[in-house]
Design a protein around this ligand. Structure first.
Ligand code: LM2
Ligand code: CA
Length: 474
């Protein structure tokens, strides 16, 4: 369950938060495929209860397993899966297996018209009834694993994954998704389910669809949302797939903010007490942390200069499988995606430089970010070499003879000669510009015949990072 099934020359997952299926299909063909992205985490596909103010989090309150949401219909989902797989981009679905929707103020009605009576635990469309749920209690003490697993998270009615009917419905839902071409799943609230139950559920999943281009006997990629802390250790989920490594974000936040010198970050990973490289899904922010600091300190698009430095470090470093956030702008933490007066989600609009408009942030379309996704693909087979630092928060390293990156998180300009492992030549910095008719629109870096390069990152530069690689030589 740990192989994301990226195609060759593709890497990195992007979370297209609240995007519509039709827009994702276009994005796979026009942008993500050509730019070498590996896969997409899509918002939940299962029908959710309608909450009148239409917050983004209504999608974490399922009412049935029908494939209908504000992102689109079942046909649109199928069509998108076909087109993205064809464009070389894999799809992972955010699935909510822990619970169904909470009691609502009025009737509980889904976006596809399904009805439920949450108070009596009747979800007519599935159907589920009282026998499928745990007894009523509330998660308050995170040091009690039984409570964390068997009680309700924020009043969301807690399914009992030990009940055969619940397992049967979940397996049916996941296999239906596999059948139409998904490559895997992000398991929401995994910490709130018993690993032993998940193991049984996964053992009943089909192999990925050969018709959609997966190799024979491929198992779905599964990553678990587990926030460390309390009595539950992330290691309980190790055998089940990959796990979100929240400690990585917190640590990187400190490094980029200058709270912990970046010089220490050469070996960030297992030696820091983080999980094994092959188990870790790493990210700078996610849809929860960007709204609330309680889960993890996190940098977001709102601090764009520092954010781009953090993402660049993550993508240039060898630790973990990286996921990038692609957001919509928000003033209040509850605010839903850009929508029209009928509550239909609005499609992103692209400006001339490719960046997004109309309330969509689209970090993945920022040159500094998509160029680092490409950098990662190019340096893929090489280790970190030639680590350099100023004893504080200016750092640089090579990825073998394929690429080189420098970051300045310090309080003074970086202006110095650094030794790289790159062949001699003049390189175009992919952060400040791009190659255009054999000139560079941004900074150039000259590597001399002995591998030395003069590197400059001034405090008032637009970006605090510089990166060059073998495919961007002048
Ligand atoms: C997750 N991972 O484990 C998601 O990443 C997170 O975004 C989800 O919470 C959570 N688990 C449950 O799936 C979000 C949001 C909550 C929201 C829930 C359910 O962060 O604030 O709770 O979705 O929609 C909301 C209200 C809360 C209320 C609850 C039930 O904020 O005050 O609790 O609905 O009505 C009484
Ligand atoms: Ca539970």
């Amino acid at each position: 369950y740990k192989n994301p099934h990226f195609l060759p020359e593709h890497d990195t997952i992007v979370h297209l938060f609240e995007w519509k299926w039709n827009d994702i299909a276009e994005e796979c063909e026009n942008f993500l495929g050509p730019k070498g992205f590996g896969g997409i985490q899509i918002s939940p596909v299962q029908e959710n209860v309608i909450i009148s103010t239409r917050p983004w989090w209504e999608r974490y309150q399922p009412i049935s397993y029908k494939f209908i949401t504000r992102s689109g219909s079942e046909d649109e989902l199928k069509n998108m899966l076909k087109r993205c797989n064809k464009a070389g981009v894999r799809i992972y679905v955010d699935i909510i297996l822990n619970h169904m929707c909470a009691d609502q103020e009025g009737d509980a009605i889904g976006v596809g018209g399904s009805h439920a009576d949450p108070a009596s635990r009747n979800y007519y469309e599935v159907p589920f009834d009282k026998s499928d749920f745990n007894e009523l209690c509330t998660v308050t003490a995170y040091n009690d694993p039984v409570q964390v697993r068997n009680c309700e998270l924020f009043g969301l009615h807690d399914l009992n994954q030990g009940v055969e009917n619940v397992r049967y419905k979940i397996v049916g839902f996941m296999n239906a998704l596999i059948d139409i071409g998904v490559a895997g799943f992000r398991v929401d609230a995994a910490k709130h389910m018993w690993p032993a139950d998940l193991e049984i559920i996964y053992s009943r999943l089909d192999n990925l669809s050969i018709a959609h281009g997966f190799e024979k006997n491929s198992r779905p990629f599964i990553y678990h949302e587990v926030v460390d802390g309390g009595s539950i250790s992330v290691t309980e989920y190790n055998g089940l797939g990959v796990i979100t490594e929240f400690k990585y974000s917190t640590n990187l936040y400190d490094g980029i903010k200058g709270l912990n010198p970046l010089k220490w970050f050469a070996n960030i990973g297992e030696e820091w007490g983080l999980m094994k490289n092959s188990d870790a899904l790493v990210f700078v922010d996610n849809h929860d942390t960007q709204r609330s600091g309680y889960l993890a300190k996190s940098l977001t698009h709102k601090e764009s200069k520092l954010y781009k430095m953090a993402v660049a470090f993550m993508l240039a470093h060898t630790y973990g499988l990286p996921q990038i956030m692609s957001s919509f702008s928000f003033d209040s933490p509850n605010q839903g995606p850009p929508a029209d007066s009928q509550d239909n989600i609005i499609s992103p609009v692209f400006k001339e430089d490719g960046s997004c408009d109309d309330g969509w942030i689209c970090e993945h379309r920022w040159r500094q970010i998509y160029n680092m996704v490409n950098f990662r693909n190019i340096v893929n087979n090489s280790t970190i070499t030639e680590w350099w630092d100023n004893w504080n928060s200016q750092v640089a390293f090579s990825r073998g003879n394929a690429g080189f990156i420098a970051i300045n998180s310090d309080s003074y300009d970086l202006k110095t000669d650094i030794h790289t492992q790159l062949p001699a030549g003049t390189y175009c910095d992919i952060i400040s510009g791009y190659k255009k008719n054999n000139t560079c629109t941004g900074k150039t870096v000259v590597v001399n015949s002995t591998g030395w390069a003069y590197v400059e990152l001034l405090l008032n530069d637009e970006d605090g990072v510089l990166a060059i690689h073998k495919n961007e030589m002048l």
